[in-house]
Design a protein around this ligand. Structure first.
Ligand SMILES: [Zn+2]
Length: 138
C-alpha cells in the first residue's frame, strides 16, 4: 500500500510549509501514472495525520492525465493503456512524458486561529465551498 508512504512524505512537506498551524485542506496534483487510488490515499491520510497538527485536514486531488510528447513531430497525445511509448503519428521512439508522473503539493488552506481574525466579516469559509464538518471539533 504505497499510499501510506506517499502520505508520510506529504505530511512532512505540509508540516514544514505550515509550521504546525491547523490545516483545513491540502491540495495536490497527482499524475495518472502514479496509479494512486484516491479513496486509498484519503484513507491513508486520515490515519497518517492522526494525533498530529494535520489531524482533521482533508485532501483535494487534482488529477493530471498522462501525456506523451513526440520530439520529432511535436505531437502531444494522451497516453492510453494500449499505447506504447512510440509516437502514434510518426512512429518515432524519441518521445517523452510531458505529464502524468506528478505528485506535487500545490497549496495548503490553513485555519488561522489568530484572535484578531475574528473581527473580520464572516463568510470566509463559506466562500471556499468546504463541506460542513470538514474540521474535527476536538
Ligand atoms: Zn511523432
Amino acid at each position: 500500500m504505497h499510499e501510506v508512504s506517499l502520505c508520510r512524505q506529504l505530511a512532512a512537506a505540509v508540516t514544514r510549509a505550515t509550521g504546525g498551524r491547523p490545516v483545513e485542506t491540502v491540495h495536490l496534483r497527482v499524475g495518472e501514472l502514479r496509479q494512486v487510488v484516491p479513496e486509498a490515499l484519503e484513507y491513508a491520510w486520515t490515519f497518517v495525520v492522526r494525533g498530529t497538527p494535520l489531524d482533521g485536514s482533508t485532501l483535494s486531488l487534482d488529477h493530471v492525465p498522462a501525456v506523451l510528447s513526440c520530439d520529432d513531430c511535436l505531437l502531444q497525445t494522451r497516453l492510453g493503456p494500449a499505447l506504447g511509448f512510440s509516437c502514434p503519428a510518426c512512429g518515432s521512439a524519441r518521445t517523452h512524458l510531458s505529464s502524468g508522473e506528478e505528485f506535487v503539493l500545490t497549496a495548503v488552506d490553513v485555519h488561522d486561529e489568530d484572535p484578531a481574525d475574528h473581527a473580520r466579516p464572516a463568510g470566509d469559509d463559506a466562500q471556499r465551498g468546504l463541506p460542513d464538518g470538514a474540521l474535527s471539533p476536538s
